[in-house]
Design a protein around this ligand. Structure first.
Ligand code: NOJ
Ligand code: CA
Length: 672
């Protein structure tokens, strides 16, 4: 299905100006279903603004647009309307991997061309059934370079309501979510998700971020938010040439909270894939030499507790091979970990003496397993950039094609993780990896803005509090995992690394090998879920590289691990079925003929009836249900679960009963 229509008309001709008061002109574009309407306005003094209606009701009141520039290049006023182009697109595209392989891109576009004495500005607006987006495209012919000092874009929400977000930060996303009235938000990172008092669900974010700082939101009064950019050390927000486009400022919209999850808006606002081939990109499940370090029974550095020894890695490879798991991650394999938190100098081509990479890779390949490499940078970007060509080449030559990166530490010279410098850096790494047919899974990343459509070797990233926090802090509360799908995961996949079965860390905290290394020593760390919810999180917290995080010995003899054996990270289709942010979530996915269901709840026990109408009609499935037991409770009895089998069809309804802090995971295997 491909349909692309482009209409060009002088503003005065085909689309006569609507009147908005004395000297204001305006132009609108509606979504294909007519429900979302974005309206551009130009005031008498040439200041652009926009507003958004859904079903005729205001979601965003008239809100300013534009930027300020250090040398007083006027990027925000004195504009006159030159012309308005309109286009529509209805196209289906396929991605090599993703929640849904088939994507429909269906929108109406309006590009408004403005001119003032110094600059040409095209404001490109797109209206989809699942939300709207717009971006700035500037041309400033008489200048060499621009120093953007502020973004004037506002999101003046028309109604108060509830919201879910983390605070704005130029350095980290590993923060706890807040559920609060929209008007109580002081500042927020995006995606910032909300439900207005008149029942509209929405989320503000950005799409296709390149060579520009990240945007956060600052409350400028009531329910009005202003885009705030992350600066360079000298206070300049963005350094650009005389022609530049911004990322898309996006607003996803839905009637139900799950509509936001089922939306393709962020990906659809990204450009098609630029890679010549993608057959080398492989979704996979993995285990790794990882949790032992976080729980304090192994170390990243060489010594008697070193995790990344040849022998220990082989043990993980054996486990992976025996359980149909393709990847084994190894952290702490290279020289320099003794400098972590110090000068942050790591040697990316020098394994520790007790890690024989050639032997490990050979051993893995023989068993159909692939090694996932790791580059911790400690945030030392200048050093990493100096050495990364060699580092990636070295990995490639050693048969390592998939790399997890990490930026645990501040950037030097006053740079921020989330500023333009950081955005450029993460892109450089991605493009370097792509040039060698290698994939990236970034921890302490910049935010996801859907660039995996263009660069599908950008597999996954962290960018929120993941499993690691449960090893050395008060941990992630039960509401966290049922907030992430409606917030962080709207931006893209997350390498949360679910699947810790030793919920109370009994086998690590009491081990003679245990050494406290991070966080408050008085906090008794544990995982704040039931075991069944750990299984559910494999389905709920989508990542094309999905980890079983625990020490592999904790899975041996554990019947519930069968769910991970059966799980396929390379899914074809997904649907969020039911849920409310911070309360609960039910997600179904399909890979080939097998369906998977993941359901989870917050601190409250809950029962949800789930219609199985997503299954293929007239077929019969064996459902294997991994559920909390009647006496399960995340606080007092988290590890008790039951496994039950049922024969079901698409006509059935499954009662999903979840303990407090619990969840449920189901596989549906087609039997006829
Ligand atoms: C933080 C990452 O999120 C974690 O996965 C990694 O193990 C540590 N940094 C060390 O690199
Ligand atoms: Ca982290």
């Amino acid at each position: 299905m491909t349909k692309l229509t482009i209409l060009t008309a002088s503003a005065a001709l085909l689309y006569p100006t609507l009147s908005m008061g004395a000297d204001t002109t305006s132009q609108s574009v509606a979504s294909p279903d007519g429900r979302n309407v974005i309206t551009f306005s130009l005031s008498a003094d040439g200041k652009p603004s926009y507003s958004v209606l859904r079903d005729g009701k205001s979601v965003i009141a008239n809100s300013p647009l534009g930027f300020t520039e250090r040398n007083k290049v006027n990027l925000s006023s004195g504009y006159r309307l030159d012309n308005v182009d309109r286009a529509s697109k209805d196209e289906t595209w396929t991605q090599p991997w993703g929640e849904n392989k088939q994507m429909r891109e269906h929108y109406n576009e309006m590009s408004v061309r403005l001119r003032n004495k110094q600059s040409d500005l095209t404001l490109r607006f797109r209206s989809f059934d699942d939300g709207v987006g717009f971006r700035y495209e500037y041309d400033v012919p008489k200048t060499d370079s621009l120093f953007i000092m502020d973004e004037l874009t506002r999101f003046d929400l028309s109604n108060d309501g509830e919201s879910w977000s983390i605070p704005a930060s130029a350095e980290t996303y590993e923060l706890l979510y807040r559920a609060q009235p929209i008007s109580a938000i002081e500042n927020a990172n995006t995606p910032m998700t909300f439900k207005t008092s008149d029942g509209v669900y929405g989320s503000i974010h950005e799409a296709a971020l390149y060579d520009f700082p990240e945007m956060t939101l600052s409350n400028v009064g009531g329910t009005s938010f202003k885009a705030t950019l992350t600066p360079w050390p000298d206070g300049v927000m963005a350094r650009k040439g005389n022609s530049f486009s911004t990322s898309w400022r996006t607003l996803q919209l839905g009637d139900r909270a799950v509509d936001l999850i089922n939306s393709g808006l962020i990906l659809n606002l990204n450009e098609p894939c630029v890679l010549e081939s993608t057959d080398w990109i492989e979704p996979m499940k993995y285990v790794g030499v990882w949790w032992g370090m976080h729980t304090g029974v192994e170390s990243w550095v060489m010594g008697d507790r070193h995790g990344a020894t040849t022998e220990n890695t082989k043990r993980y490879i054996d486990f992976a091979a025996a359980n149909g798991i393709r990847g084994v991650l190894v952290e702490g394999w290279n020289d320099g970990w003794q400098n972590w938190g110090g000068n942050q100098i790591f040697d990316y081509t020098r394994p520790f003496d007790d890690f024989d990479i050639d032997e490990v890779v050979r051993y893995a390949a023989e068993r159909g397993v692939t090694l996932i490499g790791h580059h911790e940078t400690g945030g030392n970007v200048p050093f990493y950039e100096k050495h990364m060509d060699d580092a990636y080449q070295w990995y490639k030559e050693h048969g390592v094609d998939n790399v997890k990166t990490g930026y645990a530490g501040g950037f030097p010279h006053g740079h921020s993780h989330h500023g333009q410098y950081g955005v450029r850096h993460y892109q450089k790494v991605l493009e370097l990896a792509a040039s060698k047919q290698m994939t990236i899974n970034a921890h302490e990343p910049i935010k996801d803005t859907g660039i995996r459509r263009t660069w599908p070797n950008m597999m996954s990233r962290e960018g929120a509090r993941g499993m690691e926090w449960n090893a050395w802090s008060e941990g992630n509360p039960p509401s966290h995992h049922v907030t992430l799908p409606f917030t962080r995961l709207l931006s893209g996949p997350m390498d949360y690394t679910p699947g810790t079965f030793d919920i109370l860390l009994e086998n690590t905290r009491t081990s003679p090998l245990f050494r406290h290394w991070n966080g408050d020593p008085n906090v008794r760390a544990r995982v704040n879920t039931t075991l069944a919810k750990q299984l559910a999180n494999w389905v709920i917290l989508y990542s094309p590289v999905q980890m079983a995080s625990d020490l592999v010995e904790h899975y041996e003899e554990h019947p519930a691990f069968q769910f991970f054996r059966d799980y396929d990270a390379d899914c074809d289709w997904s649907k969020a079925i039911d849920g409310e942010p911070g309360e609960f979530i039910v997600v179904a996915r399909r890979a080939d003929d097998t369906f998977y269901l993941g359901a989870a709840t917050n601190e409250k026990s809950r029962s949800v009836n789930v219609s199985l109408d997503f299954l293929e009609p007239h077929r019969v499935y064996k459902a294997v249900i991994y559920a909390d037991a009647p006496d399960t409770d995340w606080l007092t009895n988290p590890t008790s679960y039951v496994i039950e089998e049922r024969i079901v069809t698409a006509a059935d309804t499954l009662p999903v009963v979840m303990a407090a802090g619990g969840g449920q995971a189901v596989t549906f295997k087609k039997i006829r």
